[in-house]
Design a protein around this ligand. Sequence first.
Ligand code: MRU
Length: 358
Amino acid sequence: MSSDSGLLQSIKYTRGQKFQVLDQLRVPHEHEYRDIKTVADGVDAIRTMQVRGAPLIAMVGCLSIVTDMDGKDFKNAKDFLAYIEVQVQALIDARPTAVNMKREGTRLINFVKQQIVLTEDITELKLRVIEWIEELVKTDLETNKAIGDHGANDIIKRAQAGGNVNVLTHCNTGSLATSGYGTALGVVRSLFQKGKLDHAFCTETRPYNQGSRLTAFELQHDKIPSTLVCDSAVSWLMKSRKIAAVIVGADRVARNGDTANKIGTYQLALVAKAHGVNFYVAAPFSTIDGNTASGESIVIEERSPTEVTHIGGKPICPAGINVWNPAFDVTPAHLITGIVTENGVIEPEQLSKKIDEY
Ligand code: MRU
């Protein structure tokens, strides 16, 4: 979804009438929407990456439950709860690394457990679930704007000589990955809106090219001064241009601050450290997984070799070559300057304490 005027909407949803997702496999050249009528449709859209980005995966997953349960009969409230539990698990399994679907799905199950104590009326229970999920989508946008401002203020505060800044981002964390505005890209948007951005660089983000297809599209749309670079150009970029900060999103932040994010993030953090560049992770507080002690136990999704061997359906390497295609990596906490959340910028060493406070 997006409230950024004129930008493509990642979700089109009207209660009781329609739920469609933008097929991000076709962006930027085609803007096709796909109907999501069932949880199976939602799982398929998430698995094939027609929708992607940790917050959006959770919202699409939850909204697919809204359309799936429409018109379905349930014997009783217990039966309804069992149905919700099964659907949530199918959606969590669609992509295992991002914590957002697991977290929102678990909260939804707990919400239904609380509600069935209050009412056993199925129509009423369905309505409460719909309202709960719609609120989730609404809150995401407000969260992103707060993340954007906290991140931008911190970058400005730390910028030497107080001038305008150049920043680098990776993957797509913008309107197309969220309900609107974005997380790491929200920080870039906020810097731009405050008149403090000199230039934004974005990586291609091989193999799936979320950077060149989606982030470049969003930056151009917003008329943000920006340049696309190959993933392999980032060391030279940091050596030859003054970069104030690297800002990336997150799929899961462990209690100790280790962060799973799009493959290539770890090497960006290493390069940033080598060049004395501040490295920020921007994510809603809900992406912090207090139950995961460190990055060691985060499951890293591995995807099809064809994402590496083919571009636009065309082979770019000899047939039969072995391919390893991890979709994410884990950046150790000691390489991270700050984790930008809607509650402010948190140093990784303070994270565990903050998790217990909130
Ligand atoms: O494989 P993707 O495109 O779902 O990966 C996306 C990322 O890694 C993002 O940085 C993360 O999900 C945060 S999106 C706000």
